[in-house]
Design a protein around this ligand. Structure first.
Ligand code: HXC
Length: 258
């Protein structure tokens, strides 16, 4: 991999987009590597949480690579958007929990990739925005779809139409960032959150992720039916037996992944 770093420790995979000279901008090669990398991680039973971050202290991801897009044709632009759609879809729907450790600029495709993650933790210096209209394009990596789902239609339209950048506190205030922490503590904080999630029943967590994601795209009655089915499925696990027995026996539960 030319543009990514990946390390696995304590069931946590840290994936770092590593193009600091261009503020970790996403070119096709990086997106292709990320699609492959996430495809491998989603099959691994020894990884329960994925933390996605950017190399350096300035940027998480400053967007899609403008130098690659400048001379691209309409068909190439569409292909790039589909590549990102497949790649970000993996982050969104893989059984593992995904956390974006947003360590600086998260602009355009950078804001969009963070929104495909389950949780966004921002460093105090982080800046979010969808500046595409400055370039004569619109968000093409999911921004027009995921931003309104996260922050509401009115705020999403304001951010996309004005191309304004917002700081981490404002992102927190509108629900785009889950937490804001000092840059020096960012990875540590994300790893602690990951460890807390891993200590729970991992299969139950991944079923909850599936219920939330699918439920938001369907009507309430169908979502509640899906939840009931997945809830029933969770009763088939050793974790359910152990979790409930431990509670009644007043001892800590030893939950695993099924
Ligand atoms: C390519 C980029 C880049 C990008 C930064 N760089 N962002 N290269 N694509 N998205 C490069 C710069 O050209 C520069 O390279 C180096 O990174 C450092 O950036 P500077 O601009 O010198 O840094 P600074 O002055 O601190 O400004 C930081 C910044 C600015 C505010 C983040 O770089 C910026 O506005 N970047 C573009 C943000 C943006 O518009 N993102 C949306 C892209 S469109 P050199 O070689 O000069 O050192 C998008 C669409 C997605 O994401 C959908 C597509 C289908």
């Amino acid at each position: 991999m030319n543009n990514l770093l990946m390390e696995v420790e304590n069931e946590i995979a840290v994936v770092t987009i590593n193009r600091p000279k261009s503020l970790n901008a996403l070119n096709s090669e990086t997106l292709t590597e990320l699609e492959q990398c996430l495809g491998e991680i989603e099959k691994r039973k020894d990884v329960k949480v994925v933390i996605l971050t950017g190399a350096g202290e300035k940027a998480f991801v400053a967007g899609a690579d403008i130098s690659e897009m400048k001379d691209a044709t309409a068909a190439q632009g569409r292909d790039m958007a589909f590549l990102a759609c497949r790649t970000f879809g993996k982050l969104e729907n893989m059984p593992q929990v995904t956390i974006a450790a947003v360590n600086g600029f998260a602009l355009g495709g950078g804001c969009e990739i963070s929104m495909a993650c389950d949780i966004r933790i921002a460093s105090e210096n982080a800046k979010f925005g969808q500046p595409e209209v400055n370039l004569g394009i619109l968000p093409g990596f999911g921004g027009t779809q995921r931003l309104p789902r996260l922050v509401g239609k009115g705020r999403a339209k304001e951010l996309i139409f004005t191309a304004d950048m917002i700081d981490a506190q404002e992102a927190y205030r509108i629900g785009l960032a889950n937490k804001v922490v000092p840059l020096a503590d960012l990875l540590k904080f994300c790893k602690e959150m990951a460890a807390k999630i891993i200590s729970k029943g991992s299969y139950a967590v991944s079923l909850a992720k599936m219920a939330i994601n699918t439920g938001l795209d369907i009507d309430l009655a169908s979502g509640l039916k899906l939840e009931a089915d997945l809830f029933g499925l969770s009763f088939a696990t050793a974790d359910k037996k152990e979790g409930m027995s431990a509670f009644l026996e007043k001892r800590p539960a030893n939950l695993t992944d099924f």
